[in-house]
Write a protein that binds this ligand. Sequence first.
Ligand code: ADP
Ligand code: MG
Length: 284
Amino acid sequence: SIPLGFFGGIGAASKCGVLIKGSNYLEKLTQIDTVVMDKTGTITKGSFEVIGIFPARKGLEEDLIRYAVQIERNSNHPIARAIANYRSELVTEELTDYTEKAGYGLSATLKGKKVIAGNERFMEMNHVEYKVPKMLGTSVHVAVDGEYIGCLIVADVVKEESMKAIEELKKQGIQKVIMLTGDKKEVAEYIGGEVGVDQVYAELLPQDKVHQVEKLIEEGNKVAFVGDGINDAPVLALADVGIAMGGIGSDAAVEASDIVLMQDNLMQINKGIEIAKYTKRIVK
Ligand code: ADP
Ligand code: MG
């Protein structure tokens, strides 16, 4: 039977907005030595802004913006929301064959033209030659009927508490804090450096994130994974403890997780670990 004290721990945690789905996760939380975090929406705010417009040549600026806005309006990705909001006044044009490719970008047909928008990898996959602007940020390249139109740069900012939470995790005995992201290397390393994670793995596809965590578990680490997106659900389910951002997180992420952070604040993990350890001490 489960000692009554564990329920006290769950109650104390829930008062701090940390919802623990079972007493076994409270126990597991005390054993974690590696915390793996998704970047977007977990370490960063997940609210991007357009910070640069780079048409492939003069005269293409309006086309670049228009195509990007029309196609990105259909996606719920935080990058897409930034681009859609950039010119929300544009009248919606009819669009067919819309497809979203996780970790790459979007494609659709707009007035008979095939439009694609996404990262470098997506352009390569579609055999489109692109140019990467010299500006730190995530690039969204656009091509129409195979012709390169240009690139928009979007950027996100770290949450105020991310650095402190990571520092505290180290003090609580967590040996490694690792950041995973599908975003490009330069951006990932910049953000990883800002918040002080030990390792950064960038340009990962959703399945690569699963493999990274699988490997860490196989190597004997006790792994907690923190994420918020639809694509994070398989990783959340796989980790020893899956922690979802409950406010901004997708239903799939919340469902697949063992612990839900109602305030989307990484400091809640520190609180959760503290409560878990305290509960264990008084229960034993
Ligand atoms: P993260 O690991 O930061 O959560 P994702 O796996 O969601 O990132 O996406 C990885 C990358 O795929 C993004 O950084 C971006 O380059 C590209 N991407 C994903 N969705 C879109 C979109 N709607 N428009 C443009 N690019 C996208
Ligand atoms: Mg994500």
